[in-house]
Design a protein around this ligand. Structure first.
Ligand code: GLC
Length: 557
């Protein structure tokens, strides 16, 4: 089969007139996107799952009637079918049992899931808490199983925690900050229970979690989309919570870019790893949260102003990300030939990136077919590392154009050994080593090469990979990844992460029975069995927005 370059070249707005309408990927036709030489030359029907694709008309409006009327499900996932045949996979029941053991109750109501139920580990650290980001896959699993109360309770409890006093020494955090985690404090003498939140004041490095607020908005939309219950998102409390979160990101400052400036350790990678600046994980979640909020904010009162600001920001953010963060073979070659010290508006090398700063590995890594969003872009700095979460979210949220989404998946296929190896999925690639590790991580002994956040493999990322696979019409690729995970996860006791270039070793300090490893697996499996569940988390290509890409001449070659 002929190899096809999927490079997407950059274009000025004047050059743009591609009709993308036939490439819209968030409709049922999304499964028919053109693909070449992929694992997925087998068709969807070969997966022979029993669920028909529901027609998701009104896909991108959270206020439309629910695609899943309550009671419409007969909880197919509690039992699980092995991709439609052969009865339940033994892992599914085990996973549900383990997930249920992680449920945290507050005044007899389920409010979240604990990060890890690892009785063997002597150190609990903060793994006895409910983390906002960790709860997302749990929440999706519960929603898909028609257990919606725990998700609603979680959203309401964290909303109330937002208004707790947040101090780091004598400094008060912004009103919109959402907690990284919370726990239930039980006073046995008084027989009382209180929720205690951590906004970063006790986290390593005292960093506030920028991703928490975004995940909260994304989860609120998933809940609304799934249940069809708009009363929660329309309640004054939820409207205010969203506005406070957005206020932190949309207020004017000294910014020259529409991306969000962040400090290191403010997201899933919550230790120093050289992601300060404009990390892809935060930019992709920011974009997705803005689009979710746009669907849920009411235009009355203060909402109107926010809706306007979001629209302007999305326009600028989309342009910036699709142009300056995108890297493929063609763009790498452009950067390699960049001139420096260019002034004026006509500068091509807008951030004055010095070509000598391109790391050697990227020339070998970059296939002719495929591309990805860079880890970070700021003045004279491009982080060429590939990050899994950010890239998957760009696909799911449609921040990536349809061509870019295809290219991201092509790259994962081309670089399967490096990025998936024996355990899906590397958190980032490649690892920092030696001098670079010393300088960038501050000699962090937990983040040594190919371990933990530094090139470790995280089973939780399986659900995001699966969502991206389904959206781009590559179910076989997701199936292959899920089967890899299945061969190890239960046997190894659901570790938090794996180590090594191929992800073969259970992580040095990995917790066992890590809840998001369990939930991530369940969500991945459920999504593959019923791809229409993707609608909870997926955004449609934003048609009114001007596409900023044109097809390269080699597209049809
Ligand atoms: C680690 C991870 C973080 C996660 C937490 C709880 O700190 O880096 O992303 O939320 O553990 O699982």
């Amino acid at each position: 089969m002929k190899r096809v370059s999927s490079h997407v070249s950059l274009a000025s707005e004047a050059e743009i007139n591609l009709d993308l309408s036939r490439l819209i990927i968030d409709r049922p036709q999304r499964f028919t996107l053109e693909r070449k030489r992929s694992f997925d030359e087998q068709s969807w029907s070969e997966l022979s799952h029993s669920h028909s694709h529901r027609n998701n008309d009104g896909f991108d409006s959270v206020l439309q009637s629910p695609a899943f009327p309550s009671g419409g499900f007969d909880s197919p996932f509690s039992t699980g079918t092995h991709f439609g045949g052969g009865g339940p996979h033994p892992l599914v029941n085990e996973a549900w049992e383990a997930l249920r053991k992680s449920v945290v109750y507050f005044r007899e109501q389920p409010v979240g899931t604990i990060a890890a139920v690892d009785h063997a580990s002597e150190e609990v650290l903060n793994y006895d808490q409910v983390f906002v980001r960790d709860f997302v896959p749990s929440a999706l699993a519960f929603l898909m199983n028609n257990e919606t109360d725990i998700v609603k309770n979680f959203l309401l409890k964290t909303l109330h925690l937002q208004s707790s006093e947040k101090m780091v020494d004598r400094f008060k955090l912004g009103a919109g900050a959402m907690p990284a985690s919370f726990k239930v404090d039980r006073n046995k003498n008084r027989n009382t229970e209180t929720l205690v939140a951590d906004f970063g004041e006790s986290a390593i490095g005292r960093v506030a979690p920028v991703d928490s607020g975004f995940w909260w908005i994304i989860l609120l939309r998933a809940y609304t989309k799934y249940t069809g219950d708009v009363s929660l998102s329309e309640s004054p409390d939820c409207q205010k919570c969203m506005r406070l979160i957005l206020n932190l990101c949309l207020s004017e400052g000294f910014d020259t870019f529409p991306t969000l400036l962040c400090t290191d350790g403010c997201s899933m990678i919550d230790r120093r790893m050289g992601i300060y600046g404009y990390p892809i994980e935060i930019q992709a979640l920011f974009y997705m949260a803005l689009r979710c909020a746009l669907q849920m904010l009411k235009p009355e009162g203060e909402g109107k102003d926010f809706i306007e600001k979001i629209g302007q920001r999305l326009h600028a953010l989309t342009y910036h990300m699709r142009n300056y963060f995108w890297l493929d073979f063609h763009q790498l070659n452009n950067i390699y030939r960049y001139k420096t010290e260019e002034y004026s508006h006509t500068a091509v090398n807008k951030f004055n990136v010095i070509p000598d700063s391109i790391p050697d590995w990227v020339f070998d890594f970059m296939p002719c077919r495929g591309g990805y969003f860079l880890g970070n872009v700021s003045p004279a700095m491009m982080d060429f590392r590939w990050f899994a979460l950010g890239n998957c979210i760009t696909i799911v949220s449609s921040l990536a154009t349809p061509e870019q989404s295809v290219a991201i998946m092509d790259l994962i296929e081309e670089k399967w050994d490096e990025l998936v190896g024996e355990m899906p999925l590397k958190i980032c690639y490649p690892a920092l080593e030696n001098h670079e590790w010393r300088i960038i991580t501050g000699c962090d002994p937990k983040n040594t090469r190919w371990s933990y956040h530094n090139g470790g493999s995280w089973p939780v990322l399986l659900w995001l990979l699966t969502a991206a696979c389904i959206k781009t019409g590559r179910p076989q690729m997701a199936k292959r990844a899920i089967e890899l995970a299945e061969s190890r996860l239960l046997k190894d006791g659901w570790p938090e992460y794996y180590d090594g270039k191929l992800g073969r070793f259970v992580g040095k300090q990995a917790r066992k029975f890590q809840t998001w490893s369990i939930a991530g697996y369940l969500v991945a499996r459920m999504m593959l069995e019923d791809p229409s569940t993707l609608m909870m988390i997926s955004m449609e290509e934003d048609r009114p927005m001007k596409p900023t890409m044109r097809r390269s001449a080699s597209w049809n070659a």
